[in-house]
Design a protein around this ligand. Structure first.
Ligand SMILES: Cc1cc2nc3c(=O)[nH]c(=O)nc-3n(C[C@H](O)[C@H](O)[C@H](O)COP(=O)(O)OP(=O)(O)OC[C@H]3O[C@@H](n4cnc5c(N)ncnc54)[C@H](O)[C@@H]3O)c2cc1C
Ligand SMILES: NC(=O)c1ccc[n+]([C@@H]2O[C@H](COP(=O)([O-])OP(=O)(O)OC[C@H]3O[C@@H](n4cnc5c(N)ncnc54)[C@H](OP(=O)(O)O)[C@@H]3O)[C@@H](O)[C@H]2O)c1
Length: 383
């Protein structure tokens, strides 16, 4: 028998060039946000992953912004410049594929202010003015800095030397190979906001959702989510999953995997979004998982369906007694999604439940959570 050929190792230097199979808006009719479901074909690639992993994706910049930068800088786009990999490429290509052309940093601001001889913002460059600098840069893009200083001129290679390398973005895998072979699914929220009178978009989320088609090569590889793993299927430990917004993605993969492996143990899913009618991602799938007991329970929070915001931690607290029971049965608590606001609030709710329903003091509840962490029963994948 011939030896099986080794699996290709895809990584940053040797990414898989995959193609999109399907793209579906999950927030149809919602005016506040666009979140998309993507199926990417892995057919014949040999790329493998485990629920809890993330797909690293290298995007391209928006060509309209590339054009605007080239025009503003007085270049043609054909000038040859160095890429971060020290290869030579035409400026237009390098600005499209290799450099961050949106969010500026101190190095670029410093160069512009020096060339402009501008004194008004010089103090932002002082070592003790980090907060003021961050406040000034927040919401401003490179194009704003250039338009504000129209007399500043750069050589093409000098300009790209001031830019950061365009890096991969991570997306939690939202499918299981056991359930959807030869595919990886993603749940992607488009980062969009308005600042200083202009409409802005995040590079990768807008590329995946709006600028690629089914023939665009998607440069990608898997990054393992080491701590974010399911118990073995024959292990009857209960699991509680908290995934508002795109935080739902790994739990879709978890539940597909549990269905395929006929996993034992109870599973409780907490999901939150803006509106029930327009943002109930994957509802049919949860219904099917509930029907065959892959999922024991789902609890939802719709933040803007009533006057006062209702968030997932409010629902966790509302179900505090049962949540405590599950914890005492040894449940693993998984949290995925927003790191800045949601994860700390959910953490507070967890500690409150331990105090209120476990009859513990604040110190004891902190010790309980620490023990959960040591036992790998409190796992977070937040961004
Ligand atoms: C482990 C992991 C898993 C992830 N999983 C998912 C997932 O499943 N789905 C998902 O959608 N995302 C996920 N993310 C986030 C994802 O990696 C990207 O960070 C996200 O898509 C934004 O990338 P972008 O290139 O579109 O935006 P970028 O071009 O990186 O733009 C983001 C930047 O825009 C600026 N900005 C954003 N909002 C504002 C504002 N209101 N005002 C001013 N400036 C602002 C900030 O400087 C911010 O850093 C995950 C991240 C990690 C680390
Ligand atoms: N790196 C990036 O730039 C990037 C890219 C994509 C997403 N994100 C961030 O990642 C996070 C995830 O975005 P998402 O689209 O998946 O969903 P999200 O913005 O986290 O929203 C999902 C739900 O959580 C609610 N929510 C807001 N604050 C909360 C809190 N403190 N506790 C609990 N729930 C809360 C939201 O309500 P309301 O909105 O009604 O308050 C909404 O109903 C967001 O913070 C988003 O800005 C960042």
């Amino acid at each position: 028998m011939p030896e099986p050929s080794p699996k290709p190792a895809f990584n940053r230097k040797n990414p898989l060039l995959a193609k999109r199979k399907l793209c579906r808006l999950l927030t149809e009719g919602c005016h506040e946000k666009d979140t998309w479901h993507l199926d990417i074909s892995l057919l014949g690639s040999g790329l493998e992953f485990t629920p809890g992993d993330s797909l690293a994706v290298l995007p391209q910049n928006n060509p309209k912004l590339v054009d605007e930068l080239i025009l503003t800088l007085g270049f043609t786009g054909d000038e040859m410049v160095s890429t971060p990999a020290k290869e030579e490429a035409p400026l237009r290509q390098a600005l499209t594929d290799n450099y961050v052309i949106t969010v500026p940093d101190k190095k670029l601001l410093k160069a512009i202010l020096e060339k402009a001889g501008a004194t008004e913002w010089q103090h932002l460059l002082d070592a003790d003015k980090k907060t003021e600098l961050a406040d000034y840069l927040w919401g401003r893009e490179i194009i704003d800095l250039l338009l504000a200083h129209p007399l500043v001129k750069f050589q093409p290679s000098e300009f790209v030397g001031l830019l950061k390398k365009l890096n991969v973005r991570l997306y939690s895998v939202a499918s299981s190979l056991a359930h959807c072979p030869d595919e990886v699914h993603l749940t992607v929220a488009v980062v969009e906001y308005e600042s200083f009178g202009r409409q802005r978009q995040g590079i990768c989320s807008s590329w995946l959702a709006e600028r690629i088609d089914d023939d665009t090569p998607i440069s990608c590889f898997i990054t393992p989510g080491k701590g974010f793993r399911l118990p073995d299927p024959e292990d009857s430990t209960p699991i509680i999953m908290c995934g508002p917004g795109t935080g739902i993605a790994p739990f879709r993969a978890f539940l597909q995997e549990r269905k395929a492996t006929k996993a034992l143990g109870k599973a409780w899913l907490f999901f939150g979004e803006i509106h029930e009618t327009t943002c109930y991602f994957y509802k049919d799938e949860w219904d099917s998982h509930l029907a065959d007991d892959t999922l024991t329970k789902i609890t939802t929070a719709w933040s803007r369906d009533q006057e006062k915001k209702v968030y997932i931690q409010h629902k966790i607290l509302e179900h505090g007694a049962e949540f405590w029971e599950w914890l005492e049965q040894g449940a693993i608590f998984y949290v995925c999604g927003d790191a800045e606001r949601m994860a700390p609030d959910v953490d507070k709710a967890l500690r409150t439940i331990i105090q209120q329903h476990g009859g513990k003091s604040e110190d004891e509840s902190n010790a309980y959570v620490e023990q959960m962490q040591n036992d790998k029963r409190y796992r977070r994948d937040v961004y």
